[in-house]
Design a protein around this ligand. Structure first.
Ligand code: FAD
Length: 388
């Protein structure tokens, strides 16, 4: 597809995966990013097996494994006693889906994707201010007054997407999911959790988790249900968390003492009702712009990578017809993305006590769990994408 040009707005994990995928087809790809350097918001993410398969497909198998943490087991821990509610191995999941998941530092994932596309080819400091479709090309305009045209434009411009307003013809309001997530990185400490385990403390509708990433580090997060818009001064995470988790087990206090308040992120969690129109003419949405989910099943970024692979397959199958290719992409992705957004919302509600009786029942289930049900649930999230 040597005569085809694409513009991608946004150099997050979705836009960069798409850029690599389209470049593999021989498409001339221009990537525009509003920020001036690689500085992702958030410390790390869990790339589940479906996301890892997408990265492998993009030729990044060895690099992904090199930045990924090894998770050999999972456990749930009683918030207050510190007693293990359940613990089980990950191997049945790996055997079933044929790929190990990899928690990774966001900055390292971003850098890997940027280098795979070509770091110097990314046009940083370019904020798109408008997009429009035309009979022969789509056009984007930037805040410095410059423009670019292409056979098609991919809006991978994240949860607050401007491209989405254009594609839908109106703005949308995201929904506050009811909790705040604090996250960051600390050195592995076995008093918090075993080095190759994804450990989650639960109680009081809150959650504290650590999972290993490469370099002997834990990605940690705390989920705290609270009202939206509560004032917070950056750098005060330790005080806030010490208060919120005052009566929790010693491992949680160890984590609070170990975290660096200056680099701990605080994110209010929002999502968006799923919608089925991802394409308007030569303009299409990808990643969070198309499906903004709560992180409760760790699938937002993985879905963005799935979008990238599905877009590649659609263009490969319709090399001479951009409109048919984008229609095929939309058809391949909307239902899958809807399913994941709604599953994450449901999981979010149970974890964070929307109906306290359901949350109490979940805590009881965890005490009798041998891993079978949890693995089954995670596998059902993982399967169903373009690489199954
Ligand atoms: P983004 O990463 O948001 O990238 C969009 C890019 O577009 C940004 O770089 C932005 O600067 C740029 N941009 C925006 N507007 C413009 C413009 N007008 N012009 C130019 N550039 C623009 N997902 C998982 O798979 N696993 C997890 O474990 C996981 N954990 C998460 C934990 C938390 C707390 C949160 C909040 C999310 C989590 N996610 C997880 C979701 C994941 O972070 C997102 O789904 C993913 O970042 C989406 O990638 P994206 O490229 O679509 O958007």
């Amino acid at each position: 597809m040597t005569d085809v040009k694409a513009v991608i707005i946004g150099a997050g994990m979705g836009g960069l995966s798409a850029a690599i995928a389209l470049k593999q087809l021989g498409i001339d790809v221009a990537v525009y990013e509003q920020v001036t350097e690689n500085k992702p918001v958030g410390a790390a993410i869990s790339v589940w097996s479906n996301g890892v398969k997408c990265l492998n497909h993009l030729g990044l198998e060895a690099q992904t494994a090199a930045i990924g943490g090894i998770v050999d087991s999972m456990s749930y821990v009683d918030a207050f006693t510190g007693g293990t509610m359940c613990r089980f191995g990950m191997q049945p999941l790996i055997d079933e889906v044929g790929q190990r998941p990899y928690p990774v530092a966001r900055a390292e994932l971003q850098l890997m994707l940027m280098n795979a596309f070509g770091y110097d080819d990314i046009q940083f400091g370019k904020k798109m201010v408008s997009v429009s479709d035309g009979p022969d090309a789509a056009t984007v305009e930037f805040d410095d007054g410059t423009t670019d045209c292409a056979d098609f434009v991919i809006g991978a411009d994240g949860a607050r997407s401007l491209t989405r307003d254009y594609v839908l013809g109106h703005e949308v309001t995201r929904r506050y999911a009811g909790y705040v997530n604090f996250n960051g990185l600390v050195d592995v400490d076995e008093e918090i959790g075993p080095a190759t385990e994804w450990t989650t403390y639960v109680g009081d509708h809150k959650r504290v988790s650590v999972m290993p990433i490469a370099g002997n580090r834990f990605y940690f997060f705390f989920d705290v249900p609270m009202l939206q818009g509560k004032p917070y001064e950056r750098g005060t995470a330790r005080e806030v968390l010490a208060k919120e988790f005052a009566d929790w087990a010693p491992g949680v206090h160890k984590l609070i003492a170990a975290l660096d308040p200056a680099t701990t992120n605080r994110v209010e969690i929002l999502d968006l009702d799923p919608f089925d129109t991802w394409v308007a003419g030569r303009v299409a949405l990808l990643g969070d712009a198309a499906h903004n989910t709560t992180p409760d099943i760790g699938q937002g970024g993985c879905s963005a990578m799935e979008d990238a692979v599905a877009l590649q397959f659609s263009l490969r199958d319709h090399p001479d017809d951009v409109h048919a290719a984008l229609a095929a992409y939309q058809a391949a992705r909307t239902e899958r993305a809807r399913e994941l957004v709604l599953r994450a919302r449901k999981r979010c509600d149970v974890t964070h006590g929307k109906d306290p009786e359901k949350t109490a029942a979940w805590y009881d289930e965890l005490r009798t769990e041998d891993g079978t049900n949890i693995i089954r649930g995670i596998v059902s999230n993982i399967v169903g994408g373009p690489l199954t």
